[in-house]
Design a protein around this ligand. Structure first.
Ligand code: BES
Ligand code: MN
Ligand code: ZN
Length: 495
């Protein structure tokens, strides 16, 4: 696992600045006010900060932007980062500013003079979220990383308060980093077995983790899930992670993730171009894992159970064929029209199992389910489908408060027409119209009406081709922060 760069708060000490190696960062408000740290740096650099503030360009700059000066005269630092930050910044704006600093910083150490900034904890979270690299398979970077001792030190007038405030936030960053590591990892390394092993390791954090193997899944009747993995040499698995931090009798929130470690499409084989991206088809399971990690790290006072269906969708002499009919664990029969619509087959059984076993107070599934959601919403918003307005609105509020894009999409009886099968109860595709909705509608057939449920189609947001506010290009970790907040605001007991 990639390690978070350590971040610590300490009492403001303006005497340390001149001798600091690495980078030094100061805060300036958009109307050009310097705090004591920035004033000190300004004196040491014979006016470098004031020259920026008085420059023609300064009024055009916005809160959250960073201006970097390399090798500033008067400092031992390799660079001076001047962060423009409004004192009225909300938490998301402060995080974006922290992320901008992390981007400027690269792999260097940083000393940030934060004075008495109210949002220093969120600045730190932004720094931690954006300070991520996936270089596990880059040999030169690996050698370098082995002997780095980079750290971030934030000088603040109330270091103890900030250190306490930042602790649960950094749990979220660590969870999101885990999600990104899983999503970025290629499928020859992150096999179903390796994925399950990484989840078992989270027992160290106090999670209860069970791995259900193929024999157990067959015994339970998870035939639609097994039908997806049967063409692969990697065994299918369901992993159940429980965090019991809440009241003993409180029904849990269930998080269910699609964990297709590689999606070739199966016999309905995908075209070659872009198929390499299908290493990310376990993104839903990745978010479930990262969220469970965050909850355990911050010892959330809630009961949450995470279930992931880990399979590989491969063509072979033993693979499921188009036209096959399979009886799900629930008993509903499914005609497989297209073996590339496999995510819903995996989720159908895991959703049913989650409800039968845990009688959850709410259930949220996450899946890189359809290409159609990318056509509809692009890469800025996940698709949100729900049978419960209260839970759905609480989720949308949490996502917006965390700066994670989410947009509600409709469900409706009319769409069921599109997934009627001639020979079975339902078929697994409904053709091109409303592709994301028919997929959600399929899932809803495996949700009990009394279970408040949300389906999140994260195909567009799990992996992106350019930098986002909080992540370098690649896996984003989208959803860990929103789900963590939803748990905090809606499922956590007062005790
Ligand atoms: N894993 C894909 C969806 C996907 C596409 C995720 C692009 C991320 C990026 C899913 O299993 C799939 O193949 N869906 C098909 C469904 C179709 C056959 C009904 C799709 O979207 O084309
Ligand atoms: Mn597919
Ligand atoms: Zn898929």
């Amino acid at each position: 696992m990639s390690r978070l760069t350590p971040i610590r708060f300490k009492a403001t000490d303006l005497d340390e600045i001149a001798a600091t190696k690495g980078r030094v960062a100061v805060l300036v408000t958009p109307d050009g006010k310097l705090d004591p740290g920035a004033r000190r740096v300004n004196r040491l650099t014979k006016g470098a900060v004031a020259r920026l503030v008085e420059s023609e360009g300064f009024p055009k700059m916005e809160s959250g932007q960073v201006v970097s000066l390399a090798w500033p005269a008067g400092l031992a630092a390799e660079a001076l980062d001047i962060l423009i930050l409004s004192r009225q910044s909300d938490p998301v704006q402060a995080r974006k500013a922290g992320a901008a600093l992390a981007k400027a910083k690269g792999t260097a150490s940083l000393m940030l003079l934060a004075g008495n900034a109210r949002q220093a904890d969120n600045l730190a979270l932004g720094l931690a979220l954006r300070d991520y690299r996936f270089d596990a398979h880059k040999t030169a970077e690996q050698e370098e990383a082995a002997d780095t001792s980079a750290e971030v030190v934030i000088h603040h007038t109330r270091p103890d308060d900030m250190a306490a405030a930042v602790e649960p936030l950094l749990a979220v960053a660590e969870g999101a980093h885990m999600t990104r590591d899983l999503v970025n990892e290629p499928a020859n390394i992150l096999t179903t077995t390796d994925f399950a092993d990484r989840l078992v390791e989270m027992r160290d954090l106090g999670l209860t983790v069970e791995v259900l193997d193929e024999d157990k899944l067959a015994e339970l009747g998870m035939r639609t899930l097994l039908s997806v993995g049967q063409g692969s040499d990697s065994p299918s698995k369901v992993v159940v992670m429980q965090w019991n931090g809440g009241a003993q009798d409180a029904a849990p929130l269930a998080l269910v993730g699609k964990g297709v470690v590689f999606d070739t499409g199966g016999i309905s084989l995908k075209p070659a171009a872009g198929m390499e991206d299908m290493t990310m088809d376990m993104g839903g399971a990745g978010v479930v894992a990262g969220t469970m990690r965050a909850l355990a790290l911050r010892k959330a006072k809630a009961n949450v159970v995470g279930l992931v269906g880990l399979v590989e969708n491969m063509p072979s002499g033993n693979a499921t064929r188009p036209g096959d009919v399979i009886r799900s664990m629930k008993g509903t029969t499914v005609e497989v029209i297209n073996t590339d619509a496999e995510g819903r087959l995996v989720l159908a059984d895991v959703l049913w199992y989650a409800q039968e076993r845990f009688k959850p107070a709410g259930m949220i599934d996450l899946a890189t389910l359809t290409g159609a959601i990318i056509i509809g919403l692009g890469h800025d918003n996940a698709g949100v489908f729900s049978n419960d307005d209260a839970l759905c609105n609480a989720f949308l509020k949490a996502a917006s408060a965390e700066g994670e894009g989410a947009w509600r999409m409709p469900l409706g009886k009319g769409y069921d027409e599109l997934i009627k099968s001639r020979i079975a109860d339902i078929k697994n595709t409904g053709g091109r119209p409303a592709g994301s909705i028919t997929a959600a509608q399929f899932l809803q057939r495996f949700v009990k009406p009394e279970t408040p449920w949300i389906h999140l189609d994260i195909a567009g947001v799990a992996l992106v081709k350019s930098d986002t506010d909080f992540a370098p290009k690649g896996a984003t970790g989208w959803g860990v922060a929103a789900l963590n907040r939803l748990v905090r605001d809606r499922f956590e007991s007062e005790t």
